[in-house]
Design a binder for this molecule. Structure first.
Ligand code: ADP
Length: 307
């Protein structure tokens, strides 16, 4: 059985429904990707590597992972911290705003839990995914240790996959983010960047420039997402543009990239070709953006696999 780890943060999501009523769920880039991968590829062992608290919301978050058939063996429980939280509000014009409380989240402590035993266990897996957001939330004082642990996993044969998702407010400076992203890219066997994420940091504004940039790190498999535009891949010296069908009924683009990442990696782990994997991933992402919120209804994904 193939296996993949998603390392990072899952948060408590609060959504203002009307006046004083709020809906509560769970979301976060790595969690979203894990959910979509597992829904489409049930035979891939899919784990989240994160830290949560001992509180009731953490209990429910854990149940939520289990309900999605995600392996929780590497979900660690911090003694005093609790999960990060964010609130989505929508104004009269339909514009969404996001407010975050995550600066002291349990997930920031994940590296403390990656001891030698855990690394040995993780070393048996096939692939580890993390993102620019995963990197940003790791405490600054723990980052060196994170790189040591990643190197050990890579040496054990785990393929490293990085999506350089950039969230300016999570970093002290652009230089700090660039330095960490470049380190991640040097480790990566696969990268799944979006064009927009590299625009602010590097002034890159086309898929071709993203390919050139990523190639300079010697990455074997580069997959560039660009909203409704073609997905561009560069693998074994071959540059390919994969046409995708633009969605006209876009409801909410939250987690389009996450769905794409999860389904693409699931397809690749299942032995699908690059072009099959891109088409399945684009179909999944195109489905997600026709529904509100990060996690679309489960039944929609049966259609993705039949597409
Ligand atoms: P992110 O969510 O990281 O910003 P993108 O906006 O680049 O990512 O979208 C990720 C993927 O979602 C795209 O590669 C594409 O497959 C799909 N997608 C996004 N927007 C559209 C759209 N309007 N029509 C069809 N597919 C889309």
């Amino acid at each position: 059985m193939k296996s993949i780890y998603f390392l990072g943060e899952c948060m408590v999501e609060l959504r203002v429904l009307d006046g004083a009523t709020m809906g509560q769920s769970y979301a976060g880039d790595v969690y979203n990707s894990a959910v979509y991968l597992k829904r489409c590829f049930t035979d891939i062992a899919t784990s989240i590597v994160t830290a949560i608290g001992q509180d009731k919301l953490s209990d429910k978050m854990l149940s939520c992972f289990k309900n999605e058939n995600i392996n929780t063996q590497f979900v660690f429980r911090h003694n005093s911290k609790v999960p990060g939280l964010y609130l989505i509000d929508t104004d009269a014009q339909g514009e969404r705003s996001f407010t975050y409380w995550r600066s002291d989240a349990a997930a920031r402590k994940i590296v403390d839990f990656l001891d030698d035993d855990v690394i040995t266990q993780l070393g048996a897996g096939d692939m580890l995914f993390f993102s620019g957001i995963s990197l940003a939330v790791i405490e600054e004082s723990a980052r060196e240790q994170f790189w040591i642990r990643l190197e050990q996993l890579k040496a054990a044969g785990v393929k490293v996959v990085f999506d350089p998702n950039y969230r300016a407010r999570l970093w002290q400076s652009e230089d700090q983010a660039k330095q960490q992203f470049e380190r991640a890219l040097r480790f990566s066997d696969v990268t799944l960047p979006g064009v927009e994420d590299l625009t602010v940091l590097y002034g890159i504004d086309s898929a071709q420039q993203v390919i050139d940039f990523c190639q300079s790190f010697g990455i074997a498999e580069i997959v560039v997402k660009n909203g409704p535009e073609s997905v561009i891949t560069f693998v074994q010296g071959q540059l390919t543009a994969h046409h995708i069908t633009p969605v006209t009924n876009v409801v909410d683009t939250t987690s389009a990239g996450d769905a794409f990442n999860g389904v693409y990696l699931g397809a690749r782990l299942s032995g699908r070709s690059i072009s099959d994997a891109v088409q399945l991933a684009a179909t999944a992402a195109g489905t997600v953006i026709q529904h509100p919120g990060a996690i679309a209804p489960r039944d929609e994904f049966k259609k993705v696999m039949l597409a």
